[in-house]
Design a protein around this ligand. Sequence first.
Ligand code: HEM
Length: 246
Amino acid sequence: MSSPTPAPPDRDPIPQAARPATTPPPWPQTWILKVIMAVTGSIFVAFLLFHLAGNLKVFLGAEDFNHYAEWLRTLLNPLIPGSGFLWAFRGVMVASLVLHVYSGTTIWLRARRARGVHARKFLLRRIGSRTMFWTGLIILCFIVFHILDLTMGKVVAAPGFDPGDPYSNLIHSFSRPPVAIFYGLTMALIAVHISHGIWSVVNDLGGTGKRLRNVVFAVAGLIALVVVCGNLAIPVAVQAGILTVG
Ligand code: HEM
């Protein structure tokens, strides 16, 4: 009489074939994309503050503004000849933009795919990420318009664009009411985008304490407010006749 031999204790009782299939994490992993968003987003916020400081020189008059634009083109001369620094800077900005748009779109698409019927009920949670995608898309269109308008003087630029006179180009461009309104509206969207962006960066990096959240909320709001009000003042001043060419 022989009793059945018990299975050795270390043997896997569930055959491999019967296990539920596990999907490997998508590549690049979402945390990597979020770090890229945080780094490139911070570069843009720094650029916006720097750009604002330069833009506000328009209130000092044509000479100061054009001198600043010239300074920017010849920065670090003669160490880096010609407009070398400006082109290096442009390279960093374009690379950051490509990475930012790629990471943002990928995260957005993954979140959409992962969202089940029940999660759709959480409307408030959705609003943040939804507005980030759409405001980001409009800002991207704005950047294309803006470079054609004031840097290249093509297609959408005001008549009589002169590469040697950025001040007049700016005033002529903002004298067109639809363009002034477009700039104004975009500044408001930029404020929404960067305030939510700064907030997300701190959350993603693990900043969840109540005090830290309050500080971040205030700082993000302040940066957004400074950027929007400072830049908005320019089309408003042109439309009000405070800034003129003559
Ligand atoms: C009312 C607000 C703004 C004004 C008055 C303004 C003004 C200008 C001017 C005059 C230039 C041309 C400089 C030159 O070629 O000499 C320029 C370039 C540029 N602006 Fe703005 N800007 C404003 C807002 C913005 C915003 C919100 C962004 C980003 C979202 C932005 C991004 C750029 C970029 C990427 C360039 C091209 C820089 C280059 O490679 O030469 N600007 N801006």
